[in-house]
Ligand binder design. Sequence first.
Ligand code: ACO
Length: 374
Amino acid sequence: MTEATKAGLEGIVAGKTSISTVGKEGLDLTYRGYSIHDLAKKATFEEVVFLLLHGELPTLTQLNEFIDQLMSLRSLPPELQTVLKLIPKDSNPMDVLRTGCSMLGTLEPEKSSSLQLSIAKRLLAIMPSMLLFWYQYHMGKGSIETSSESEKTIAAHILHLLYGHPASPSQIRALDVALILHAEHEFNASTFTCRVITSTLSDFYSAITGGICALRGPLHGGADEAAMEQISQFKSVDEAEAGIKSMLSKKEKIMGFGHRVYKYGDPRSDIIKEWAKKLADEPSKKNLFSIAERIEEVMFREKHLYPNVDFYSALTYHFLGIPTFLFTPLFVISRTSGWCAHIFEQRANNRLIRPIAEYVGPLPKPFIPIEERN
Ligand code: ACO
């Protein structure tokens, strides 16, 4: 196989970006030059979103204005509420966001690309409302008010809508950190999808909708839900040890492990693992955390594979009381910030993304009229 036809485009540089990098060795992660370790420790998700969208960290005044703007953009148009109510209860919530985003594009279409920043903010602010409105409508609470003024941040807003009451500061911070860690990751599959769509001069909503579709699969964003299902099937560390070994012997994949770029560990994993550990404050949670750690040990011993961001994010969400099927939609809410930054960047210097294929099909052959085929 030639370099250009490497399966899955592994190692192929497909364009330039100044938004984030995993570093030359694939060992680190920076957003606009700032280390993910600093951002996860010292920044809030809103600061990170501002950084991604504007290229610079905000001043306090800019941040407060930005938060106020996002808060004012949370409410759902009545037509969108109607559509969300019609989406069946047993749907995959990723389909809810996909449909909701697409519907919003019909209600508030992008009339000019000069509106792109406003649309980015609207999407970031409204996605938690869409998701939790649909969830609460079908799961018992009825039509909820999503434009709440009582919570300033996206993390606090999400948890309040989910719990029906305000979350604690440590719960909010745990989710905030998870959102920071998932916000951006250069040319991953969903971001690249957004860039391909953008490169055709399609509209903003189409690009984000495409990103949601690409993120849904278990090899990408869907891995957090699959990881949670795998972790929770074990009752003890010994069961986990035996179960994982047996799955590996059958060549099954263990979700939340491995990464196309990070071959020596995902820098986001230890950060979110610390949060999962902090939230494991009761025996059943401590047991699940030990099971996850044992899976990590077995994966390193047997395969030299490390957990990616999704493995301990799954536990963190679980310990926050978030239902498993909402994990990947939370990833959407976070990654929308990175997608938006990439759409801006693609548009700023656009050229149609249109690679070529190495043809491996049949040689030219004569056409046989239908009546002569057997
Ligand atoms: N469990 C078991 N074996 C694995 C795993 C895993 N999670 N990941 C890779 N391997 C093995 C493969 O079986 C393969 O072994 P082989 O050479 O003996 O056949 C080898 O490692 C290479 O694996 P590939 O799938 O070719 O590696 P690739 O770079 O294409 O895949 C990927 C990266 C898709 C993330 C892969 O590691 C995987 O499927 N992981 C599980 C899903 C997952 O966690 N996805 C989330 C990624 S992070 C994100 O999107 C936010």
